[in-house]
Design a protein. Sequence first.
Length: 314
Amino acid sequence: MLNRRHIRVKVMQTIYAFKGGESGDFKNDQKFLLNSLDDMYHLYLLQLSLLIEVQKRVENHLDKSQLKHLATSEDKDPNRKLANNEVLQLLKQNNLLKDTIRTYGVDNWELDNEYVEVIYKAIITSDLYKEYMETRTSDFKADKHFIVDVFKEIIAPNEKLYDYLEDKNLTWLDDLPTVNTAILKLLRKSKPNVSDAYFVPKLYKDLDDKEFATSLFKKTILNTTKLNAEIDNKAKNWEAERIAQIDYILMQMAVCELQKFPSIPVKVTINEYLEIAKEYSTPKSSIFINGILDKIVKEYQEKGTLNKVGRGLM
């Protein structure tokens, strides 16, 4: 589910916290990094389980309506199209997903079911819902299209849900766009016969990515003095205090990759940190960072100290 950019951002955020903290506890900060990455998966399960809870809420409403003392014909024979939505049923009947949700202790919606109600009401009062419920019949394609639209237009931008997630875990706000994008991608590509594992992707693509996270953090922290010297040497026209702390950290990480990760191409490293700078730092940061990194790369190339092998030579 995670890609290398997500990992780099998490490392950057952890180093930023490490610099600002007073503990200086290296192992504790590394644990914080891994927990922060793990929390992203918790958020993924939380958002996906919300769809399951909405389905249960729909079913509960229909069952109660049928028990009314003065039930109307509509109450007695309701349109069960949303309750029977094939995508929601896929999620609800997914035993591996249930087990994973249980393992991660994702029980928020049982305790905070008012937010399920908020989303439920937002759905049933929407034009999307009215259009979808005009007929009683459906197929997987139409059901999927509806759920994708509901997630994209109602769940993802919901302000009350956003505030709730912020209260529960502040780091989730940075993770939310990534997680929502991952869920939308899975929903769009889902098919009636997908395995249970389809909706329970691995957090890391492989063990190399997890190792990359800890190695990048560790090597950047342990080589901070040397990395700063490299950067300061190329930023002589700038006073260190005038360089944004985020920019400094991004350059430390980038130079660390250039020096210590021989299989990562130079172009990939530079492009990744420029994109992160555009999102997390000042408007001109990417231009400044690009200038410094370009000088460093040229110097390494001239001295023959750019240690790249295999894929890193691309």
